[in-house]
Design a binder for this molecule. Sequence first.
Ligand SMILES: C[S@@+](CC[C@H](N)C(=O)[O-])C[C@H]1O[C@@H](n2cnc3c(N)ncnc32)[C@H](O)[C@@H]1O
Length: 424
Amino acid sequence: MSLITKRTSRVAELAAEIQHHTALLDTYHEESGRLPLSFDPQAKPRTPYPADVERSRAAAVEASTELAELLETPEVLVTQNQLLVSCEAVFHRFIYEFDVARKVPLIGDISYLDLSTSIGVPEHAVKRMIKLAIANRIFCEARRGFVSHSAGSKVIAEHQYIRDYEGAYVEEIIPTSLYAINAMKKWPHADSVEQTGYVLSRQGDTAGDYWKDLGREPDRARRFAGMMQAFAQSDELKLAHVVDGFDWGAQGKAKIVDLGGSTGDTAFVLAERYPELSIVVQDLKSTLAGAKGQAGMDVTFMEHDFFDAQPVKNADIYFFRWIFHDWADGKCVSILKALIPALKLGARVVIMDAVLPQVGALPNGMERRVRVFDVMMHALFAARERELDDWISIFAEADERFILEAVRQPEGSRLSVMEWKWSA
Ligand SMILES: C[S@@+](CC[C@H](N)C(=O)[O-])C[C@H]1O[C@@H](n2cnc3c(N)ncnc32)[C@H](O)[C@@H]1O
């Protein structure tokens, strides 16, 4: 018997993992009567998988991404692949600007010529953009010279929040990212929302910072809230993680204040599951313009700037989801200090935000998304994502009477839940 065992290569390991997890997914599709996965609008799942199937889906995505990258030369990996990503912003902007997805019928197709007439853009330009989009699984050309929907273009046509995400991405995020390094050179120690790549990208057309601009442009404020809804569709950011991340059920008839709660999506999910909770959603006037209550739910809306003294006194929980990562440390301290006069003994401040682990601790896909957010929060707001020690420093600086009681990361969630108790 040979003592030399053949080492399995990483490529073979990944291929085996992909084989294993995709077989489980296929079995689930077959047994549950779903169509096999394809880019066809009818075949893409629109309802979440059960937890174990979702784990297999995520593992297959992770392994196949690593395999595809492993199979590239380092030169291609750092050059042409990156170029692809930045140029794809052009066709996304085209689709958004001319509302192209809604010009293609949901059933059937449209010729390039008719599409060009309908949006007032020359046919050659329409073809160039749409064919690049098709190569990216958005639209398809099942019949030569005619455009129809893929699963991807269909969701753009059907959902305002997807169009909102696309619009904010091409008109705000991309220009901001192009100016991020200019801002870094101009303000190397930026700690104010006025010293950002976003502000430079506006080339003078700004009220001073991102949030002030949303305040003067209602359409953008509404679009921002739509982008938040779109984020909540992803498995890592779905609102079910809010429900799972904290023992809301143990709070009984608690009064909750959801600061920066946008148009109330999180509050509605909580209120539906725990009808005893009474929830006040606070946000800026521009954001609340799109907010509507829902019958039978104890969810109310209140205009409030979280840098001002908190008007709702003695609530049981003050909840902040995805707020502090928009602000530099000093501003986070100010937000907490503005709460203190309203806090009763034992009140909780519950934060749902990223808690950064060490490099390499997360699955690579999630790590990329977390690190992209860290860079983007800096480029947009001179803010950042934080490690646990950073969170502890902010609370300690705000007041030593905040005691950290628990930190947990719901399975599959990109965000963690930190629970702080007011001990005064
Ligand atoms: C990243 S979003 C998070 C929204 C929501 N909590 C969620 O998890 O989807 C940040 C929110 O903070 C709100 N906001 C920004 N500045 C604010 C301020 N000074 N006072 C209150 N809300 C503010 C924005 O309008 C926006 O709704």
